[in-house]
Design a protein around this ligand. Structure first.
Ligand code: PLP
Length: 356
């Protein structure tokens, strides 16, 4: 606290990221990073870009990256926005599209950055409770007499639950709210979900946001993107160009383009995570855990007889870190990132010992 702070800074409650410990040898299953590395072609492209040309500013419009993303998703570059991680893309969307006269709607259990942006940009919001099985009820997101959303945002698959909403249900929400922007945060969609991107041609109110941090194993590079109608994209460009007109640096642009061009590595490394997820889900169930059906690169699990905070602490003593949220309705769950098979085995062995 300082008397020099602006009033808004006094009121902020910043997002708390999962810890990034400076210790080696830890088994780190707390922030949903990919267990396998990025495309070797992306790493080579970054190395190649690390030369004298770094004295020059990067392309402020990221034309090459927008072009490869547009091509991959069957869109035009005018339907694509790129940012420094999807968190930055989301921030611009909150200010440029989701801040409206009516409140923003999102689930009570979701990515905990959403209320943080609402605080930063002074956006009124309402949270809508997930069902008892932690699924999202699409009917709750349709306008009723006297009650409508200024805009809607949800993650699909949801975080930290991992549950997927079927594409037909996503479409029901988008189609049912023609006067509101519906933002679908697809940070985890490549691990078995069906993207809403094909719907953007038909719905001018749909914005889909994805990231290179999870499925492309480039969390350290900070690249994310949004796709939608060119009018929505223009709102994001206007905010970006009023904030930082060179968000993606030259290395990030080079690495991201090469990553998109290496479809084989992308598919293969996601498939490996998906098979480890089925195996981990099965083995956690054998240990007595209830595991929510996950379509992400993590599972959300609780043990009927063991306190989640206690389990997280016991795992930590064994140099394994998982994420535990001290939040209503989910404080008995652990969110466990899918690691390599060796990491999953170490986790299961440690849990076996702790539960014995
Ligand atoms: C990880 C995550 C993001 C942010 O990803 P970055 O691109 O690394 O900023 C956004 N939304 C959800 C739901 C996430 O889990």
């Amino acid at each position: 606290m300082s008397r020099y702070w602006s009033p808004i800074v006094h009121r902020l409650t910043p997002y708390v990221p999962g810890e990034q410990p400076k210790l080696d040898k830890l088994i780190k299953l707390n922030t949903n990073e990919h267990p396998y590395g990025p495309s070797p072609r992306a790493v080579a492209a970054i190395r190649e870009a690390a030369d004298d040309s770094l004295r020059l500013y990067p392309d402020p419009n990221a034309d090459k990256l927008k072009a490869v993303l547009a091509q991959r998703h069957g869109l035009t570059p005018a339907q694509v926005f790129v940012g420094n991680g999807s968190d930055e893309v989301l921030a611009h969307a909150f200010l440029g599209l989701l801040k409206q006269d009516h409140p923003l709607w999102f689930p009570d259990i979701t990515y905990s950055f959403y209320p943080v942006y609402c605080g930063l940009y002074e956006i009124a919001y309402e949270t809508l409770p997930l069902a008892d099985d932690y699924s999202l009820r699409p009917e709750d997101y349709l306008p009723l007499a006297g009650r409508r959303a200024g805009a809607i945002i949800f993650a699909n698959p949801n975080a930290p639950t991992g549950r997927l909403l079927a594409l037909t249900e996503v479409e029901r929400i988008v189609a049912g709210n023609p006067d509101a922007v519906v933002l679908v945060d697809e940070a985890y969609v490549d691990f078995g979900g069906e993207s809403a991107i094909p719907l953007v041609e038909r719905y001018p109110n749909l914005l889909v946001v994805q990231t290179f941090s999870k499925s492309r194993s480039l969390a350290g590079l900070r690249v994310g993107f949004a796709v939608g109608h060119p009018d929505l994209i223009e709102a994001l460009e206007r905010v970006k160009n009023s904030f930082n007109s060179y968000p993606l640096n030259r290395l990030a642009l080079a690495g991201a383009v090469a990553s998109v061009e290496d479809e084989a590595h992308f598919r293969d490394s996601c498939d490996r995570v998906i098979s480890s997820r089925s195996r981990l889900t099965e083995q956690l169930s054998e240990l007595g855990f209830e595991v929510l059906p996950s379509v992400a690169n993590f599972v959300f699990a609780r043990h009927p007889r063991r306190d989640a905070a206690g389990l997280a602490a016991a795992l930590r003593e064994r140099a394994i870190i998982v994420r535990h949220f001290r939040a209503p309705r989910i404080d008995q769950f652990l969110r466990i990132t899918i690691g390599t098979d060796a990491q999953c085995d170490a986790l299961l062995a440690a849990l076996g010992e702790i539960l014995a």
